[in-house]
Design a protein around this ligand. Structure first.
Ligand code: KG4
Ligand code: ZN
Length: 330
């Protein structure tokens, strides 16, 4: 089976071709980041319009790269939610149109299941059960994964997501959008122990996260305009606090659930300090550790097509009335 995946939940327009074996034949991601940078964040209406312009060329590029045409497809997978509703609708309409024209089934995929399924592609697919830390711009979730068809959240952020904390911190430090990667670059030249930021939820029971207090602490420490010389130390200390909070909660969840494998997925999984700290934590606990491949951390369609392999397909033409959903509760 050959599956075309389409992802447009935020500001990446993406398409990919994946075989039912889990072999990734192509993955094309067109980021709109530079378009939104001048506004300091994603502008939903601007994102929707850009998805409209990019959807067809990105699908064509993914088919080309995979050396196939629409005739070779057996199903079309698409992110149905959660995300920006207008952005999602562009992907959903594109997927419906392609599937309908070819009389193919449509596979509606949950975006967060997609992030988890970034671990299931060849050459080294991860076998459940495992505990998964999903840290992205919109969500921060600790989930138990029993099989490949889904995930079961046991903890989540009570306010900002980890990626949001990175982005807001970056903004306070005068960095561009999206800020996670830029903050990491600045942090590399600073002293992570220079400023003693609070580690959110330290000492509290449960597996939930909170990052909004940390952001306020950075605002206070940085003042209105942080001195140029202080910025690397602030970035490094702030990053350390986010990482420590993620690691502490994850370690507690590992101990409580007894899982012998931890996986890390989502845009923030690209962060080198987090990848390393979780690796060290797992080594100490004697737990197997797997971080998603760097190319599959940020939003992409390969993970959506991957999740589609474990998601029920909606037969032609029953999917025409399906709608996108903006939030997890959907
Ligand atoms: O998964 P993703 O692409 O989109 C969502 O589903 O939200 O995650 C995007 C988030 C952004 O907040 C971005 O700043 C963050 O991931 N991010 C990083 C890094 N690369 C991307 N955060 C920290 N360090 C990075 N290297
Ligand atoms: Zn995402």
């Amino acid at each position: 089976m050959t599956i075309l995946g389409i992802e447009t939940s935020c500001d990446e327009t993406a398409a990919a071709v994946v075989d039912s074996s889990g072999a990734l034949r192509s993955s094309v991601v067109s980021s709109q980041a530079s378009l939104h940078a001048r506004y300091g964040g994603v502008v939903p209406e601007v994102a929707s319009r850009r998805h409209l312009e990019l959807a067809v060329p990105v699908v064509e590029a993914a088919l080309d790269d995979a050396g196939c045409t629409l005739e070779d497809l057996d199903a079309v997978a698409v992110t149905e939610g959660p995300g920006l509703i207008g952005a999602l609708l562009v992907g959903l309409a594109t997927a419906k149109a392609i599937a309908f024209a070819r009389r193919l089934p449509l596979i509606p995929v949950d975006h967060l299941h997609g992030h988890v399924a970034s671990l299931y592609l060849e050459p080294d697919p991860l076998q459940p059960p495992f505990l998964c830390l999903l840290a992205s711009g919109g969500h921060t979730i600790l989930a138990e994964v029993d099989d490949r068809s889904g995930y079961r959240p046991i903890g989540r952020t009570l306010d900002d997501a980890a990626g949001e904390a990175f982005d807001k911190g970056a903004r306070l430090l005068g960095l561009g959008y999206p800020g996670g990667a830029e903050l990491e670059r600045l942090a590399a030249t600073g002293d992570p122990r220079a400023v003693d930021f609070p580690v959110a939820m330290a000492g509290r029971d449960g597996f939930d996260f909170s990052f909004s207090g940390l952001k306020t602490a950075l605002r206070l420490a940085a003042g209105r305009q942080p001195a140029e010389a202080d910025r690397p130390d602030l970035a490094a200390s702030y990053q350390r606090a986010i990482v420590r909070s993620l690691v502490a909660r994850t370690a507690a969840a590992l101990e409580a659930t007894g899982h012998d494998t931890l996986a890390l997925v989502g845009g923030v999984a690209a962060n080198g300090a987090l990848r390393q700290a979780l690796g060290e934590c797992c080594a100490e606990l004697g737990v197997r550790y797997r971080a998603a491949p760097l190319a599959l951390c940020s939003d992409n369609a390969a993970m959506i097509a991957s999740a589609a392999r474990f998601t029920p397909a909606v037969p032609y033409p029953e999917y025409l009335g399906r709608d996108a959903y903006a939030s997890v509760a959907g």
